[in-house]
Write a protein that binds this ligand. Structure first.
Ligand code: FAD
Length: 461
């Protein structure tokens, strides 16, 4: 079998000889995992430099029966870019140009391998920004963002990636190069986690940067109370563009990691809301006054950042949460459920209880403004018993979330990790329908086989 795979990749190399394709062990290992830490194995890693390279690779890999794993930066949290045996990883690292920028149309066209942060850097001097900015924006790619329909802190005001994609140029499993406008196949490709086609480039809507922004860290009390506070604050007329929740353990962890524990002012047992307002100077001043009055009235601690460098410190705190948690233990289980907003106060308390029942160390934070919470369980994969308990916790978590009207994933996708739980969220009819869509668009399962809904009926029966 291994010999057969080697023969196939050798033949592929011969057919696409002008495209870089590495088969050395160090490439196959380095590109064998994503941010979940799950390792897969591939026969090689290809680096196309144009849409023609991409089409050539896909057409030939398909005809040789080599599965393709599209890969951006590998920051995915559900195993989407982890290769399966005998597959070829196709990296977008060398397709990362800005193709055009049209100020009048508020539109930019980019190749899919461009890093989100690089796109923001490109747009800034023109006075524009691209709203979907996952906390991984400094490393994750636009292709990965589209394939995962990424959200992020600004999703509360601006919504997620889907809203910004005007058209896609993409390659089908037979190597056909298509341009699809909003709706139609584009609607399927966004959020399809690389299972339907390879996105070469995207035309994206961009916005003028607001005149003023102010960022705040609001120390509240217990986790459930903080969620209630968020809702009360909104009802009081406060209009943030970012509304994030950070529980007491998580805030300590990240403040320690950055060496800025003093920011918590001895309130290390509080959970926090991370907030931002934006608009004109007058609008942000008014929102700031409103928030100050509210905090004074309720005896809450508020840290305010107005200057760009102070805001950057608070944003660094927010964006460093995942890296700080990753340093907390050998491994961690990372789930990202979404719930109706009204369920959040009860949910944070219940989820901590579920973790305590299984004697697990649990950290919760996330985009509470759009109901999306990240649940992190610290584990050590060498401890079999603990991993079993973590597995039971995840199942209990999903059962609770679905019963409460929520979803398995807010933004990290299904990939490999959530695939076993799809039947909790979807009826057999819905799963069959998704499998049929895959069958029509990618009949030979060339893209990302065994992920998401590919062949899911075989598994769930
Ligand atoms: C510290 C940290 C913070 C994060 N914060 C957020 C957050 O706030 N919001 C959020 O939504 N996510 C977040 N994530 C998850 C992750 O960054 C996103 O899912 C991101 O969109 C993945 O982009 P990537 O370039 O790393 O893609 P990869 O991980 O390489 O791939 C992700 C999926 O997209 C597919 N894919 C990649 N490129 C293409 C392409 N060109 N065509 C077709 N399919 C493709 C892959 O096959 C895979 O299934 C975070 C991750 C980390 C590590």
């Amino acid at each position: 079998m291994i010999d057969e795979s080697r023969m196939r990749v050798k033949e592929l190399k011969r057919r696409i000889r002008n495209v870089t394709l590495h088969t050395e062990d160090y490439y196959r290992i380095a590109y064998g995992y994503d941010a979940t830490g799950i390792r897969g194995s591939c026969v090689g890693v290809a680096f196309p430099e144009s849409e023609c390279d991409l089409a050539l690779i896909i057409k030939n890999a398909n005809s040789l029966g080599i599965p393709i794993i599209p890969r951006g930066a590998g920051t995915g949290f559900s195993g989407g870019s982890v290769p399966v045996d005998g597959s070829l990883v196709v990296s977008t690292e060398k397709i990362r140009r800005v193709l055009s920028f049209d100020r009048e149309m508020n539109e930019v066209e980019v190749e899919s391998g461009i890093v989100n942060g690089k796109l923001q850097d490109y747009l800034k001097p023109f006075g524009f920004f691209y709203p979907p900015d996952p906390a991984s924006y400094k490393v994750s790619t636009i292709g990965g963002n589209i394939a995962e329909n990424a959200g992020g802190p600004r999703a509360y005001k601006y919504g997620v990636t889907r809203r910004y994609v005007r058209s896609l140029k993409w390659i089908t499993s037979t190597g056909e190069y298509l341009e699809s406008q909003q709706g139609g196949p584009t609607a399927f490709l966004i959020g399809s986690e690389g299972t339907l086609g390879f996105i070469y480039s995207a035309r994206l809507a961009v916005f003028p940067i607001p005149k003023a922004r102010k960022t705040f860290l609001l120390g509240a009390s217990g986790d459930g109370d903080t969620m209630n506070l968020a809702s009360d604050l909104l009802h009081s007329g406060f209009r943030p563009s970012v509304l994030e929740f950070i529980d007491s353990k998580t805030i300590r962890c990240v403040a320690e990691y950055l060496g800025i524990l003093s920011i918590l002012e001895n309130r290390g047992d509080s959970s926090y809301l991370f907030l931002e307002v934006e608009g004109t100077e007058i609008e942000t001043d008014e929102q700031q006054r409103h928030l100050n009055d509210y905090c004074e009235c309720h005896g809450l601690t508020l840290t305010t950042a107005e200057k760009e460098e102070d805001r950057e410190i608070l944003w660094e705190l927010r964006r460093s949460i995942s890296p700080s948690l990753a340093r907390r233990s050998i491994t961690k289980v990372n789930e990202d459920i979404a719930l109706p907003l009204g369920k959040l106060p009860e949910a944070v308390v219940r989820i901590h209880e579920l973790a305590r029942d299984k004697r697990l160390d649990c950290y919760i934070f996330g985009h509470c403004g759009d109901g999306n919470l990240h649940i992190n369980i610290m584990t050590d994969r060498r401890n079999k018993k603990e991993m079993e308990r973590a597995g039971e916790f995840v199942e209990n978590l999903f059962l609770y979330v679905i019963a409460a009207g929520g979803t398995l994933s807010g933004e990290h996708g299904v990939g490999i990790t959530k695939r076993p739980f799809l039947s909790l969220a979807f009826s057999p009819g819905e799963l069959r329908l998704q499998e049929k869509i895959k069958g029509v668009i990618d009949p030979g399962s060339t893209f990302n086989p065994g992920k998401y809904f590919d062949n899911i009926m075989e598994e769930v029966g």
